[in-house]
Design a protein around this ligand. Structure first.
Ligand SMILES: [Zn+2]
Length: 407
């Protein structure tokens, strides 16, 4: 069946006799390129490999060849049809490249090399990112048309490590002070909206309202990335803006710079974890006193009484040095973030107080695809796949292909 279809397709693709446009054509740089001859290229399509006949032109001043038909068919510099590349990008974004190769063969009868899946998927990811860069420029210059705005818009930000090849961590200290870093941090952000609360007054996230952006990059660059996404999602028309994150200072730096006036909320579950960890460290991991202390502080925290939490920490008198240091650090964490921990008030306002959405995003977008055993990424490769996955999870995969077809 595929073979028959392939033969028909081959006839169809060559019905133009090779796309001859006359003896001379415009080269695009102001010269005239001359027709030389017809050149075949075997292109792998979803049906079968087909030999495509193309008129070849040469521009002497540019010293380069030109094949107008390759542009029409979207096969410049590749022997895979757009349909096959789309499949390769799809599987390469979803699973390990070798598994993707096997799925292509089993499900679509398309036989390619693992390395080709990798190359094509990463090239598509780079194109997704190139489009995002243009979009960002429009957002930052105020010329983007925002999507429908909702009254309440959330921006949740988190970071997660990805294992990288050794040269990507040269000069970067690792978590373990005795060795070099083995991972690089992916910064991930999501934007979602909320229009209502349920009967209990708890916030309800708007269905399908979550979009994602992410990359391995410095906080300044990521700040522009998440800001542009928020603009695209209608932040300028939102009545309330909330930034959710853990205690990482870079997140609040971005919030202050790009989202002034937003309500900043430290993820409640991170804050609780700090309490539980500290209780264990001071009173012993399995002790009842540790549990009781953490439970009492949790109540203070739920009430938004951060001062009481900090005061209780001030009364802790551990003997061990490391525990003393941990108490000091935890106290400083709660004091620094106190305005971001007024949980009782946030709840009264019907707001989310947890950053679970972005943490789930970290697992889905990054963890499941980039942190499988044995994987070691280059930053470029990881960013390409992250771009693909963010587009997919944001429901923008089709949009990407439509924009490509127009461009
Ligand atoms: Zn030229």
């Amino acid at each position: 069946m595929h073979q028959v279809g392939g033969a028909v397709l081959q006839q169809f693709l060559n019905a133009d006799g090779g796309g001859h446009r006359g003896p001379r054509i415009d080269c695009g740089q102001g010269h005239r390129a001359a027709f030389v001859d017809y050149r075949d290229k075997v292109v792998l399509t979803v049906l079968a490999p087909v030999a495509v006949q193309r008129a070849y032109y040469h521009c002497a001043p540019c010293a380069r060849g030109l094949i107008p038909k390759d542009r029409d068919l979207d096969i410049i510099g590749t022997t895979f049809s757009p349909g096959v590349r789309r499949l390769m990008g799809r599987v390469g974004g979803k699973e390990a490249f070798d598994e993707g190769r096997r799925d292509l063969e089993t499900l679509a009868g398309v036989v390619v090399k693992t390395k080709a899946v990798e190359r094509v998927a990463e090239a598509l990811g780079a194109q997704v990112e190139a489009m995002a860069i243009q979009e960002r420029a429009r957002a930052l210059s105020g010329t983007v048309v925002p999507l429908q705005a909702a009254p309440t818009l959330y921006i949740a930000i988190d970071g997660t490590g990805v294992p990288v090849v050794p040269h990507e961590t040269v000069g970067r200290p690792g978590k373990d002070p005795t060795g070099p870093a083995k991972t690089r941090e992916v910064k991930l952000g999501c934007v979602f909206t909320q229009t209502s609360v349920d009967e209990q007054g708890r916030p309800v996230r708007d269905e399908d309202s979550t979009t994602y952006v992410g990359a391995i990059e410095p906080a300044e660059a990521f700040g522009r990335r998440i800001y542009a996404e928020a603009v695209r999602r209608g932040i300028t028309r939102a009545e309330r803006v909330i930034v959710l994150g853990d205690g990482a200072p870079w997140i609040w730096g971005i919030a202050d710079e790009h989202f002034p006036g937003a309500i900043q909320i430290v993820d409640l579950y991170h804050a609780r974890e700090h309490l539980a960890d500290l209780g264990k460290l001071v009173y012993g991991a399995t002790s009842a006193a540790a549990k009781a202390w953490a439970a009492a502080r949790r109540q203070d925290l739920d009430a938004g009484d951060v001062e009481r939490v900090a005061a209780a920490m001030g009364r802790l008198r551990p003997r061990q040095r490391d525990a003393q240091e941990a108490v000091r650090k935890a106290r400083s964490y709660f004091e620094t973030n106190a305005p971001r921990m007024r949980y009782a008030r946030f709840r009264r306002q019907g707001l989310f107080v947890g950053s679970g959405v972005v943490e789930a995003g970290c697992k889905t977008i990054v963890g499941h695809r980039l942190k499988q055993s044995g994987m070691r990424w280059t930053v470029r490769g990881a960013n390409a796949i992250i771009a693909l996955r963010c587009a997919d999870l944001s429901g923008r995969w089709e949009e990407f292909w439509e924009a490509r077809a127009v461009g």
